[in-house]
Design a binder for this molecule. Structure first.
Ligand code: O2Y
Ligand code: MN
Length: 611
């Protein structure tokens, strides 16, 4: 190996991977624009990328038909003891998993270049940043990592000779025989895809997929699955949350973190344009928040990422004008349709459907085609700095102080527009029991209800029951500096299938009520499911929307909530004895409230003691 850095352990690991995967060449990434341009030019020449005439420095990729999304059923959290992974994670014992994967890795990079990508999650030098090194045989991954993280020489410098780094090994799993022509999107068959995490070793091994969260290992693998374990160990939190700053007409700032499952409009909310006169919003992050308690005892959040990897279909000037502004140049598009004039297009784009396009499969497409032009999980990769509403403080190494935590999901019925938790422990209960209807972007059968605690079900790197306990502990440490906790549902429909709430920029009206609650300036009614505004408590100035629908969006059907208790009990029961006693207390109190009994009775004493 010709090139080495000053970090001996890193050199040794790279050499180990060279010996195992046997690439034809090794390239250490420096993170420069020149490097990005050279790799992109190579992929264009090989027919893997299409430059877009209509968008400067932007490119379209088409994946293999079988490699279009995260593969949860092939994602593993590997500890010696399955209990540590818990019931919500797939588990294989580390020795066995490593044996299987080492067999696959053996010679898997033959005929390819191996790229070594030093990257930082968080601004280089931030006290909250973590360094990773991804080794990959995909130039597409390198270019995406350039946008999504901070890559290259500054990271190597920050590592020095002995800095700690998280090892992330990735291969598309498609070695080339001498003279063999490469595929447009090389990857392995489904049964040979493995996205494996070894949290005890701060180690990620990914094999067989070149797509998104399976391959850009800084994102879900490091910044959530591995980081959640580190966070618990070190007393902070790694969460699947957007970060938003809301500014009122007086210039007062409120910082909000929101946890929503995939495909619930998290990116849209993070770039919200408030419709209430005088209110402004700035985006700090759209997907992941790292939170720690600052010197003043408050909770501070950073966005560890540097870009957005957003779902393209549905993104438009109506749903997310700021995202559309972000996408004007310097972007990578994956599995969007290609128009004849050299632009991308997707379903629900502002532009009308083109008369002809090449769809995500590379086939001719017309509006009469039965299939969508873009894959429902088609993506854009875009630099966060290009977002028209990015906060000037989005890279503040200390983070921003969080006033409000929001949980939510996509429910067409039962769950009202907005509820405030009665206290921190109730907020943890709301997060732990959060549920959403599934969509094409998170796999499973579309329309099923799935409990997705804290939107972390696919991303928690350890036993979810211990994760709940960590939330309780963080609340104890925060004391009276705890953020207020809310639960929202923008997605209710009435019996005619019409939306009850307009959503998008009008969500600012709900956020305003939250800010007023933080300041003690807004009324709320105590209900069995939490504090709720009446319609008069929401600022609806200038809103052109049927009032009866808003009234309906704030109604609660106690019977419907009671009917879901069995499902909540079943969900919590999967954690067995590991479930914190405080969660059981919350469940009991919730049931009593729904039964119309006082919440503070001696009954809670009969429950087992809180951990
Ligand atoms: O399908 C993928 O690989 C991407 S998944 C993803 C990407 C960006 C932000 N969030 C998600 C997610 O699944 O939560
Ligand atoms: Mn996400």
């Amino acid at each position: 190996m010709a090139y080495t850095v000053a970090h001996q352990t890193l050199n040794e690991w790279v050499q180990e991977v060279v010996d195992l995967c046997q690439p034809d060449a090794v390239h250490w990434c420096d993170g420069t624009v020149k490097e990005y341009d050279r790799l992109m030019a190579k992929m264009v020449a090989a027919g893997k990328a299409t430059p877009l005439a209509k968008r400067p420095n932007s490119f379209l990729f088409r994946s293999s038909l079988s490699d279009v999304a995260r593969v949860e059923e092939h994602t593993y959290i590997s500890y010696p003891d399955q209990e540590q992974a818990g019931p919500t994670n797939n588990w294989i014992e580390p020795k066995r998993l490593k044996k299987t994967m080492l067999d696959l890795y053996q010679g898997c990079m033959r005929g390819r270049t191996m790229y070594v990508i030093p990257f930082s999650m968080g601004a280089v030098g931030s006290p909250m940043a973590k360094i990773g090194v991804e080794i990959t045989d995909s130039a597409y991954v390198v270019c995406n990592m350039h946008i999504m993280t901070r890559v290259g020489t500054p990271v190597i410098k920050a590592l020095g000779t002995e800095g700690e780094f998280i090892r992330c090994l990735h291969s598309v799993g498609a070695p080339l025989q001498p003279g063999e022509k490469d595929a447009i999107w090389p990857c392995a068959t489904m049964e040979n895809k493995y996205i494996s995490h070894f949290p005890d070793e701060n180690l990620v091994w990914s094999y067989g997929s070149g797509y998104g969260g399976n391959a850009l290992l800084g994102k879900k693998c490091l910044a959530l699955r591995i980081a959640s374990v580190m966070a618990r160990r070190e007393g902070w939190m790694a969460e699947h949350m957007l970060i938003l700053r809301l500014i009122n007409p007086q210039g007062e700032r409120y910082h909000i973190c929101g946890a929503f499952p995939s495909a619930c409009g998290k990116t849209n909310l993070s770039m919200l344009l408030p419709t209430i006169p005088g209110w402004r919003a700035e985006c700090i992050g759209d997907d992941i928040a790292w939170l720690r308690i600052g010197p003043d005892g408050r909770l501070y959040a950073i966005n560890p990422e540097a870009g957005f990897f957003g779902v393209a279909p549905g993104t438009s000037n109506e749903s997310n004008p700021a995202a559309m502004g972000t996408l004007k140049e310097n972007c990578i598009f994956t599995n969007c349709a290609l128009t004849d004039n050299g632009d991308v297009w997707w379903e629900k784009h502002d532009n009308p459907a083109p008369a002809h396009a090449i769809d995500w499969r590379g086939q001719d497409w017309t509006p009469d085609s039965r299939q969508p032009a873009a894959h429902p999980n088609a993506r854009f990769t875009a630099p966060a700095a290009q977002c028209p509403v990015i906060s000037p403080d989005w890279e503040d190494p200390e983070g921003v102080p969080i006033d409000i935590l929001i949980f939510g999901g996509r429910r067409t019925c039962v769950q009202p527009l907005i509820v405030e938790a009665l206290d921190w422990d109730h907020g943890v209960f709301l997060g732990a029991t959060a549920a959403s209807e599934t969509t094409a972007a998170n796999i499973g059968h579309v329309g099923n209800l799935r409990r997705d605690p804290f939107a972390m079900k696919p991303f928690c790197g350890y036993n979810m029951a211990d994760y709940f306990a960590h939330w309780f502990t963080m609340g104890d440490r925060l004391g009276d500096k705890r953020p207020h906790v809310f639960y929202v549902n923008w997605f209710q429909k009435n019996a005619d299938g019409k939306w009850l709430w307009p959503g998008f920029g009008d969500n600012s009206r709900v956020l305003k009520w939250m800010c007023e609650r933080v300041d003690g300036n807004a009324d709320a009614q105590e209900t069995p499911i939490g504090y709720m505004p009446s319609i008069d408590d929401l600022d609806l100035t200038g809103l052109d929307w049927p009032m009866d629908r808003i009234v309906e969006s704030l109604a609660i059907d106690v019977k419907a909530f009671r009917a879901e208790i069995a499902d909540i009990e079943q969900h919590l029961a999967q954690f067995g004895d590991r479930l914190p006693g405080r969660m059981i207390k919350q469940l009991q109190a919730y049931k009593r409230r729904l039964d119309g009994q006082p919440a503070q009775t001696a009954a809670s004493k009969s429950l087992h003691t809180a951990r």
